[in-house]
Design a protein around this ligand. Structure first.
Ligand code: ZN
Ligand code: ZN
Length: 347
């Protein structure tokens, strides 16, 4: 079967730049089915903001490896013990690309994001084999296009979990990619005020307004810290979500936070990036809480509940096939489209 993958560039030797790759399509065998596994014929797999960066090598993964973790599809085969959730052949499903073992120290300690025995199959493929625990049956009114966004919605749920937001708090989101915009929608539901998106791309600014942003700061043409002061009457934001993953934007997130505020760095930053942080000012004087998120532990059941209430139409319009992988990734990198879907099979 076909899988969109990061592959090595040309005749590059292992020694030079061995971690840089390009996008291609590999022909790989389907995975074997275990007794508790479910085989899914993939309908759509969305491109995540992190996917082109994985290919570029900024997280240090070495090609070749398959891509994709935001998928929807139909169940075509059930292992003989995949019977704990009432799943049936033909069900429309989506879910968690990571299988957590459920047994290790972290899984038993309420921290499955640190599981030491995860299994992960590439989703930009014709089929995936998942453990039953990863699979969620989608309601009929959710389309296959919307269903593949269950994973990014679960990431936004997890981000909200880490905010401890209180109604009426002033909130800024830095970065208007899909995760930033989905999180912004949820923050609006939570009663965020002075809700601000920091983002240079006009189409993304427009979407943020549609999703309930009160203010936009353009970090290219405006001074982020001065604008933040104006918006918050000099106090700063109680909560800042840094979702751009850009080293250029990262330090400002702490500078625009209010005293006692929370700053979450939720993007995958380049592996070797180190941010300077004035600990006297930010942690002693201002008592900031600074944290991040890693995947979306325990968030899928609630992502299922909230997904039908999210505005997803603008994320499901731009569609490519597996054979158009290179074109699709170029379109992704252009930043012109809110989200790009790969159609992995005809339905
Ligand atoms: Zn992702
Ligand atoms: Zn585990």
């Amino acid at each position: 079967m076909k899988v969109i993958s990061a592959i090595k560039i040309g005749n590059m030797k292992d020694s030079d730049e061995s971690k840089r790759g390009k996008v291609g399509v590999l022909d790989v065998p389907e995975s074997p089915m275990g007794d508790e596994d479910v085989k899914i014929k993939v309908a759509y797999c969305a491109i995540c903001g992190s996917d082109p960066h994985l290919v570029e090598g900024i997280f240090g993964w070495e090609p070749p490896f398959g891509l994709g973790h935001e998928l929807s599809g139909t169940i075509v085969e059930l292992g003989k013990n995949a019977n704990k959730k009432g799943l049936k052949i033909g069900d429309k499903v989506a879910g968690n690309f990571l299988q957590f073992c459920g047994t290790c120290y972290y899984c038993r300690n309420g921290q499955e994001q640190f599981c030491e025995h995860t299994r992960n199959e590439p989703g930009m493929a014709e089929y995936v084999v998942w453990h039953e625990s990863q699979v969620f049956k989608m309601p009929d009114e959710v389309s296959f296009e919307q269903a593949c966004l269950l994973e990014p919605v679960s990431v936004a749920v997890r981000i909200i979990d880490k905010t401890n937001i209180k109604i009426g708090q002033r909130v800024a989101v830095s970065g208007g990619g899909p995760i930033g915009l989905l999180t912004l929608q949820m923050l609006k539901m939570f009663g965020a005020t002075s809700l601000t998106l920091i983002e240079p791309i006009p189409q993304r600014q427009e979407l943020a307004r549609e999703f309930g942003a009160d203010f936009i700061i353009d970090p290219i043409s405006q001074n982020v810290e001065e604008e933040a002061k104006k918006i918050t009457g000099g106090l700063g934001f109680d909560l800042v979500i840094e979702a751009s993953g850009s080293p250029k934007a990262a330090p400002a997130a702490c500078n625009i936070a209010a005293k006692g505020g929370t700053v979450l760095y939720i993007a995958m930053f380049p592996k070797d990036y180190v941010m300077p942080l004035n600990l006297y000012e930010k942690c002693y004087s201002n008592e900031l809480t600074i944290s991040g998120t890693n995947v979306s532990p325990y968030a899928f059941p609630r992502a299922m509940q909230i997904l039908p209430r999210m505005k997803l139409d603008k994320f499901t319009n731009k569609i490519f096939t597996i054979d158009q992988a290179e074109e699709a990734f170029e379109a992704q990198v252009s930043g012109k489209y809110p989200k790009i879907l790969i159609k992995c099979n005809d339905f």
